[in-house]
Design a binder for this molecule. Structure first.
Ligand SMILES: [Zn+2]
Length: 132
C-alpha cells in the first residue's frame, strides 16, 4: 500500500494526542494508495483496546463514499507495545476483514513506527508500506 509521509505524520500526531489511550481512525484510498486520514473517537477510551466510535464510523464511511474512494485502512495506536497486532486486534478484525490494519507504535516516543497488516480468518500477514 502506498501512503504519503504527510498522512503517516498525521496518524503519529493523533497517537500522541490520545496517549495514554489508543487512538483510531480510518484511511481512504484510491488505486491502492492512501489519500486521506480521518481521525475517529475510540469508543473504548482505553490504553489497551480500541473500537471506532459507531457514529464516527458511519459519518466517515459516508464521506469516503461521497468522495468516490474506498476505505483503504483502519488505524490505531499502541502506546506501550510494538506496532504488531494483539490477539484483541486479530479478533476484532474478524468482523471486518477487508481493510488493511495500520498500527502506529509510540512506545519509543522519539521513534514512532507504523506497520500495516492484513488480518483475515485469524491469520496475520504484514503488508508492505510504500512511503511516497
Ligand atoms: Zn492494537
Amino acid at each position: 500500500m502506498e501512503i504519503p509521509q504527510e498522512l503517516i505524520d498525521r496518524i503519529v500526531d493523533h497517537a500522541r494526542e490520545e496517549a495514554p489511550n489508543e487512538c483510531c481512525g480510518l484511511v481512504s484510498g484510491a488505486d491502492g494508495a492512501a489519500t486521506e486520514v480521518f481521525p475517529a473517537r475510540n469508543e473504548m477510551a482505553s490504553p489497551l483496546a480500541y473500537n471506532v466510535h459507531p457514529q464516527d464510523l458511519l459519518l466517515i464511511t459516508e464521506e469516503i463514499e461521497g468522495r468516490g474512494e474506498d476505505l483503504a485502512a483502519i488505524y490505531h495506536s499502541h502506546t506501550k507495545s510494538p506496532a504488531e497486532p494483539s490477539q484483541t486486534d486479530i479478533n476484532l478484525a474478524a468482523n471486518w476483514p477487508d481493510p488493511v490494519y495500520l498500527i502506529c507504535s509510540i512506545a519509543d516516543p522519539d521513534a514512532p513506527v507504523l506497520r500495516a497488516w492484513r488480518l483475515r480468518d485469524g491469520s496475520v500477514a504484514e503488508v508492505e508500506l510504500k512511503v511516497s
